[in-house]
Unconditional design. Structure first.
Length: 268
């Protein structure tokens, strides 16, 4: 579906599973789209959950709004989508940039977050060097297109041994990156350069908001130590390290990822 959700924003999304199932929203990362969650959508709907998978603005089949998209803009979009679907509260699952959007949802719209699942993401604010790198990358994508960048980072998105050992998964992730509109990716990069510190949000997370932290054992973007620091911020959180995976364990090791996710959801 591709509805208007307000403020001139239109989002493509899928809404699958039983309408009376507990709602779970899955937020993809950069520069991907909702279909990266296909293994999780299948497992969750089979288990009776209602699963909402949007393409973030500027990604996948959602239209591009050039300029700068703050993480708060993405979060506001998703809350507007939940409003349109009459979903008062959802389990919010995000990977990488999607995890930061999930934390932003908790910051800006705390009552809408039933539980948090943070995969391969980080809480600290962007560094000064990081701001420069993101803004420069935004300009590079506009000048060169997505292909050179995607070819450079595929063996960081997936563990190198999975790029060669799982050619279908590698081809799918590469295709997502190739297909992303550079304007949308650039807008998100500019917004992420301004991301705030989410550590206080996590440190203040009450016990009645469960939290699962997932990380691929061989993630180079957000290593296990980063996940352990998130885990330390939230005393009641659960940490799951997925073996034989890099930055996208839900793609690389879907069975292990799904097992951790379903076990967590069954306990809340």
């Amino acid at each position: 579906m591709n509805p208007q959700i307000g403020n001139g924003v239109t989002l493509f999304f899928e809404d699958l599973g039983p309408r009376d199932g507990a709602p779970v929203i899955l937020i993809h990362g950069h520069p991907h789209r909702h279909s990266m969650w296909s293994p999780q959508t299948a497992a969750l709907t089979t288990a009776g959950y209602r699963v909402i998978t949007p393409d973030l603005r500027g990604y996948g089949q959602s239209p591009v709004l050039p300029g700068k998209t703050l993480l708060a803009d993405f979060a506001d979009d998703l809350v507007a989508l939940l409003d349109r679907l009459d979903v008062e509260q959802a389990v919010v699952v995000g990977v990488s940039m999607g995890g930061q959007i999930a934390m932003e949802m908790r910051l800006g719209h705390p009552a809408r977050v039933r539980a948090l699942v943070l995969s391969d993401t980080s809480a600290p604010p962007e560094t000064e060097d990081g701001k420069i790198l993101r803004r420069n990358l935004a300009e590079r994508l506009l000048a060169e297109g997505m292909k050179p960048y995607a070819d450079e980072v595929i063996d960081k998105m997936l563990a190198p041994y999975n790029v060669t050992g799982m050619p279908e998964a590698a081809a799918e992730v590469t295709a997502m990156m190739y297909a992303t509109d550079p304007e949308g990716a650039a807008a998100a990069l500019r917004g992420r350069a301004e991301r705030p510190d989410y550590a206080p949000v996590l440190a203040a997370l009450p016990a009645e908001v469960p939290c699962l932290i997932v990380v691929g054992r061989d993630d180079v973007y957000t290593p296990v130590a980063e996940a352990e620091s998130l885990h330390a911020l939230v005393p009641h959180s659960v940490l799951a390290v997925v073996e034989r995976a890099g930055h996208l364990p839900g793609v690389e090791q879907p069975e292990a990822f799904n097992r951790a996710l379903l076990e967590f959801l069954a306990g809340i």
